[in-house]
Design a protein around this ligand. Structure first.
Ligand code: SAM
Length: 284
């Protein structure tokens, strides 16, 4: 294997590290995959990069070469010690020992922009798979001032995030991603590119944040709540899923709305476009 494989083995041995499965620790050991992530992220010296879960610093090392500033957020104390030693000469490196889901990213971004004078922020990460969805949802829903997210995630989730709303693999999250971003698949990654190997297949994807949401909504909260309910019972038709939910919308009312919009009453949630969902919610 490659240079990073040797580096990873060396660092793990030097510090007596074994991967903590509970923290989703699957370290990248494939130079080509790291290059792919860095290239896809299109980082320049004008950018602040926020890396989630730097681990032993394999990806971080490359990010530091390309970016004007790298702020890494890592939960595992053992990694903090390694990263501080490994990158102590890098003046544009900063590490936060915290749970990314608890960090006030909005405040962090404003602060780093002021401190560095840099204007663009990009997220890059080989994410811990046990919390992929909450992390992506947080990054989108908090309406952060970021340009893009280039992330390695499990293939199954990647398929849903990059699907077009109404496509076969749509889930509730497909609509959220589409609303805020333009998603694209970068590359599927084999399990042997990690140490230890994950139990599921992986893929690098990139989300370019839209300047304006994909559609105009009167009430975002209501819209996304409706979609969530529609996808809770995937096998049911939209009509049954909604009228059997706690939304207090009768079957007759739902039938009438669908008819008025010219939508088949037997349709399932995942077959609807984002615009169709928006018109239904508006009519209700
Ligand atoms: N970036 C490294 C690489 O590519 O080799 C490690 C990636 S590993 C898949 C995920 C990393 O996320 C681990 O280092 C893990 O400790 C860290 N992590 C797990 N949960 C976290 C959380 N809630 N907040 C921040 N980091 C977390």
């Amino acid at each position: 294997m490659s240079g990073v494989y040797e580096d990873t083995k060396f660092i793990m041995k030097k510090y007596g590290i074994t991967a903590n499965k509970k923290l989703g620790q699957n370290f990248l050991i494939d130079d080509k995959v790291i290059d792919t992530i860095v290239e896809a992220s299109e980082i320049t010296k004008e950018d602040i990069v926020i890396e989630i879960g730097p681990g032993l610093g394999t990806l971080t090392q490359k990010l530091l070469k390309m970016a004007g500033k790298v702020v890494a957020i890592e939960l595992d104390d053992r990694m903090i010690h390694i990263l501080k030693e490994r990158f102590f000469l890098e003046k544009h490196f900063e590490i936060l020992n915290d749970d990314v889901l608890k960090v006030d990213l909005k405040e962090l971004i404003v602060k780093k922009k002021v401190e560095t004078g840099l204007k663009k922020v990009k997220i890059v990460a080989n994410l811990p798979y046990y919390i992929t969805t909450p992390i992506i949802m947080k990054l989108l829903e908090e309406k952060l001032e970021i340009e893009s997210m280039t992330v390695m995630i499990q293939k199954e989730v990647a398929d849903r995030l990059t699907e077009i709303p109404g496509g076969k693999k749509s889930g509730a999250i497909t609509y959220t991603v589409y609303y805020y971003a333009i998603a694209k698949e970068i590359q599927t990654v084999p399990n042997h590119s990690f140490l230890p190997e994950p139990e599921v297949a992986s893929e690098v994807i990139k989300l370019d944040l839209r300047k304006e949401p994909a559609i105009k909504l009167k009430d975002e909260k209501k819209f996304f709540h409706f979609i969530k309910i529609a996808f809770m019972q995937r096998r049911k038709t939209l009509l049954n899923a909604i009228s059997n939910s706690n939304l207090d919308i009768s079957k007759e009312k739902m039938e009438k709305v669908l008819e008025e919009l010219g939508i088949d009453s037997k349709i399932r949630g995942e077959a609807l476009t984002i615009e169709q969902f928006a018109s239904i919610v508006e009519k209700i």
